[in-house]
Structure formats: C-alpha cells, structure tokens
Design a protein around this ligand. Structure first.
Ligand SMILES: [Fe+2]
Length: 329
C-alpha cells in the first residue's frame, strides 16, 4: 500500500503516547483528476476544501446545541448560556483554544457518537473514499463563547499534517450546529493550499507564511455556515480559527473518517484502548493515534470536576463499533 512506512511509539509525558505514526509518501487512494462527479467532490478535489449544505436538519442541529449546553451545565461550575458573565474558564470544564473539549470522556458522550453516526455525515465519507468500510477519529467538540474577557487570541495559520507525510493522507470534517456568520468566528481556510503543501515545506519556509500561498493564487476565506452544514478539508490545507465576536455561541463537532484498510493492527489496537477508556484522539482516524489521556488541571491542581467517563455513555451499536475500529466489516 505504501512506499515508506515507519511505525514507532513515541513517548512524551507520563501517559502521552502516539501509536502507529506512519509517514506515507503518496496518496492513500488514487483519484482520477479528469473524473467529473457532479457533486461537492468536484470542488473538493479542485480546491482541497468544500462546504456541504444541510447534512443534518436545523432541528437536529438544535438538538446538538442543546446537548452541548446541557453537557457544560452538568459540571456544576456555574455556566449559564444566557449569562455572558459566566462565559469564563472558572465556569467551564478545561478546554483548549477557546472551546475545544477532549477530556472528561467528552469525545465519547452519547450525543457525540450520535453526531458521528448521522447518516448524512457517514454518507459524505463513504462518497469521498468510495467505501463503506470506514473508521472515525475520536475528535473533540467545540463550544466557543464570543467576547471572552479571559482569553487572549492570536490567529495561528497552520496545517494539520506533518510535512513528513506527503500527499493526501486524511480529510478533516466539521459538523456545524449553530448559525455561524461573518462575526461568529470559526474556520478560516486557504483555498487551494493543500496542493502546494509538499512544495511549501520543501522550501523550508516559515510555516506561518500565508503570503507565500497568496502569491500562488490561494485565497484565505472565512467559512460561513448554517446549522446542519458540514465542511470538509484536506489536512494539508492551511487554516486557523478566529474567535467569535458577535453574540452567538459557536457549536460544532469535528468528525473525520478514513477507510479501515489504511489502519495497521497497531493503530486498531490503540483505537480500541481509547474507545474502551473513553479517551479522545486528534483528527487522525487510521494512524498517528495519540490518546488524550492528559488530566484537566486548574492552577496546577486537578480540576475538581475531573471524570474519566461520559455522563451519558454511547449506545453500542455495530456501526459505533465498526467506526471505532473495534469491530471489522
Ligand atoms: Fe487545525
């Protein structure tokens, strides 16, 4: 399947390991560049990113907004979605980058798995990879409050693929739940940048160099979304998030799926361990499995709301087990 594959286990701190760190040097699937699909895949293959409308209904999106709010309130830290004074760290579970949640079993809550197994969501990845034998990441959810007074933010354009991994190795996704207009923060994507990834890193330029891409015809744009929309982007795409400045809380979940056949036994074993212990991962479904086993710390002390299981455990169906990589097809 691949020309250069190395597998290693890299240890960082105590419980942080990365399993199945494969570095492929070619696309994992060959896509015919001349093929016309007649759907969103044409834009995706041309630019490396695409917005797909109405993947779930607005009602279903509102259900996930409500579940996310309910989840934040279960920690009993005083968060009130109607009171901006409570939109601060002390009233929220520990999170990253203004609202990404990976700890506390968050990535295995029942509603999180419901979102991953939405038929419209699975259909996107089945179409993209042209197989229904998929596995998913145990990626985070993002609940970002606007106008946070306790946060400083600097935009950080980046790619989520290690330059040692060449060509298209993963495609990331985001299922959007709340209205997300120009002032509501969120995803900035550089259209076309994925195609220049290898060339960019081969020249050893500053990886934050947006201008290098602009000079080659790429365009950075803010993706505006309605509830129920889905964004897909090649992991080599230059992107960043801007903080919301309006009144609207940002609600979404990151979802990523790749064919099960891309995964080694080591990766599947690591995923099984994450699934059974309610640990999150990054967006990589089939390799580079880094269990999010860090504990939530506040002022150097363990968060009193620390927990290792979801409040509501997922319903274990064949589809969930298959996407988790625990059960074969
Ligand atoms: Fe990213």
């Amino acid at each position: 399947m691949s020309t250069t594959t190395t597998t290693e286990i890299k240890s960082a701190e105590d419980s942080t390991f990365t399993f199945a760190t494969q570095f492929e040097a070619k696309d994992l699937v060959e896509f015919d560049p001349n093929r016309v699909y007649g759907d969103w895949r044409d834009e995706f293959h041309k630019t490396g990113c695409v917005l797909i409308k109405n993947v779930i209904t607005p009602e279903r999106a509102q259900y996930y907004v409500d579940k996310q709010v309910e989840w934040l309130k279960k920690f009993n830290l005083g968060f009130d979605e109607k009171n901006p004074d409570t939109w601060t760290s002390e009233h929220l579970p520990v999170n990253f980058k203004g609202g990404m949640y990976y700890m506390y079993g968050a990535t295995h809550e029942k509603y999180v798995w419901e979102a991953r197994t939405e038929p419209g969501v699975v259909d996107i990845f089945e179409k993209l990879w042209e197989t229904n034998e998929l596995i998913c990441s145990f990626d985070g959810q993002n609940i970002s409050m606007p106008n946070r007074k306790d946060l400083t933010w600097s935009p950080w354009p980046h790619c989520d693929q290690n330059p040692a991994r060449k060509r298209m190795q993963a495609v990331q996704g985001l299922l959007n739940f709340a209205p997300n207009g120009p002032k509501d923060g969120g995803l900035m994507l550089m259209r076309g940048s994925s195609k220049l990834f290898d060339e960019f890193f081969a020249q050893k330029r500053d990886k934050k160099d947006v201008k290098w891409f602009e000079d080659r015809g790429c365009e950075m744009y803010k993706v505006n979304m309605d509830p129920g929309d889905f964004v897909l982007w090649d992991s080599r795409t230059m992107h960043y998030a801007c903080l919301p400045e309006g009144e609207q809380i940002r609600h979404l979940q990151y979802i990523c799926m790749t064919p099960r056949k891309f995964a080694t036994d080591e990766a599947l074993e690591a995923k099984k361990n994450c699934f059974e212990n309610y640990l999150g991962t990054t967006h990589w479904p089939h390799c580079n499995i880094r269990p999010s086993a860090e504990k939530p710390m506040r002022d150097g002390k363990l968060c009193p709301a620390y927990r290792t299981e979801p409040f509501e455990k997922p319903e274990i169906t064949d589809k969930v087990l298959q996407l988790a990589g625990v059960k074969g097809y």
